[in-house]
Design a protein around this ligand. Structure first.
Ligand code: FAD
Length: 381
């Protein structure tokens, strides 16, 4: 059967929507297949806001990718006319030997990124809602901010469709197969079977069931995003005075949060980073329980006491973790015509536009100019 498509993309979430956009932009005949509706909230790319920052504490190898991401997000913003990126400044807080502080300084120095180091007193003075314990330091970077996931997945999908991509929603892929010769793929959904030259697989938390043949050591982790109403009013949390932040605590917990980006209506978003229960994409408990809200309230009482009002809403989300928290982005080890993206370990969204470009490179040329050696699945062997 002659392939009707150049490339099929499985999963139209953060990474898959971006891949579809880049492939369609290169004139490829693209079919995108998604099990849910456009911009749904059952995967990993929902909840109003994601942090974007440059002094990357996890590893300086991410810095060139994130610098390129800013350019691609701004281009998508111009093309779509949507507001995607807001620069608010960012604080990376912790003790002098915390990973968040030492790692951020290391990346900032390696790449000469503009930053300031703030003492406990500086933090209290400049950002009065924070109540840091003595010995807390922070790296402040003014280019950090927020990328809006629903708006940007929507923009990638809409711009892909405008460039001719065919997008099917509520059509789960049940099986895919690739010829060992590198010659073509077949993808079966609950509705039809499609043939293509190339395949991109970006299934988020469903990776353990879609990429079964690779036996990747992935663990899905349940996360909760909370929106609190500051009882004393939202003013101290507005984005012109309150930054995004990641705060590593001495007990090993890490909390991050955002300013009130939509003003008073939506509240102020905070979340724990990791520390969630093991889950699977199909069986995750999507209800948020009172004891979880109480735990966050007790954290806030000690660290950001002005966030003391009602919890307006709380929504679950999923991380798909690798053992070293680095991504998996590669050509499939057994099939040169298949590119895979998985294991974003709770820090992938800011890169979605670049990951889409890399997946389009791999599916088109078999290689990419971006440095992706860190992301090889071969490291788990
Ligand atoms: C609470 C939370 C906070 C986060 N904060 C940040 C942050 O501040 N900064 C940051 O950079 N990152 C952050 N992340 C991580 C980031 O959001 C994820 O890394 C990113 O969204 C992952 O995108 P994805 O495309 O892999 O997954 P998804 O966006 O979930 O996309 C996968 C898609 O594949 C579809 N799919 C799966 N199986 C099939 C199938 N068989 N057939 C058809 N379709 C299928 C799914 O329905 C889904 O739409 C956060 C994540 C969470 C959960």
């Amino acid at each position: 059967m002659a392939a009707a498509y150049d490339t099929i993309v499985v999963g139209l979430g953060g990474m898959g929507s971006a891949a579809t956009y880049h492939l369609a932009g290169r004139g490829k005949r693209v079919l995108g297949l998604e099990r849910f509706t456009p911009v749904h909230s059952r995967g990993s790319s929902h909840g109003q806001s994601r942090i974007i920052r440059q002094a990357y504490f996890e590893d300086p190898a991410y810095v060139p990718l994130v610098l390129h991401a800013y350019d691609l997000w701004r281009k998508l913003e111009a093309e779509s006319g949507r507001r995607l990126l807001s620069i608010t400044g960012g604080l990376m807080l912790g003790s002098a030997d915390s990973e968040v502080v030492t790692g951020s300084i290391h990346s900032a120095q390696t790449y000469g990124l503009a930053h300031e180091i703030l003492s406990t007193e500086d933090i209290r003075k400049r950002f009065s809602p924070f109540s840091p314990a003595a010995g807390t330091l922070a790296l402040y970077e003014k280019e950090a901010g927020i990328i809006r996931p629903e708006e940007s997945v929507g923009a990638h999908l809409e711009q892909a469709a405008a460039r001719g991509a065919e997008l099917h929603f509520e059509e789960p892929v049940v099986r895919w197969e690739a010829a060992p010769s590198g010659d073509g793929v077949r993808v079966a959904t609950d509705r039809a079977t499609y043939a293509a030259e190339r395949l991109v697989i970006a299934p988020g938390a469903w990776a353990p069931s879609v990429l079964t043949d690779l036996h990747l050591p992935l663990e899905v982790e349940r996360q909760v995003q909370y929106w609190f109403e500051p009882a004393g009013g939202v003013e101290p949390f507005l984005p012109d005075r309150f930054p995004i932040y990641i705060w590593e605590n001495r007990d090993g917990s890490t909390v991050y949060g955002f300013p009130a980006i939509d003003g008073a209506t939506d509240g102020v978003k905070v979340a724990f980073h990791h520390m969630g229960a093991a889950a699977t994409a199909d069986t995750i408990d999507r209800e948020v329980h009172p004891y979880e809200i109480a735990r966050m309230q007790s954290y806030l009482a000690a660290h950001i006491p002005a966030l003391d009002g009602r919890c307006l809403r709380a929504v679950t989300c999923m991380y798909t973790n690798t053992p070293d928290q680095n991504f998996v982005i590669a050509t499939h080890p057994d099939y040169s015509q298949v590119a895979i993206a998985a294991g974003f370990s709770g820090h992938g969204y800011k890169f979605a536009c670049v990951v889409g470009e890399i997946l389009a490179d791999l599916a088109t040329d078999g290689s990419t100019r971006h440095a992706i050696a860190l992301f090889t699945p071969g490291r788990f062997a």
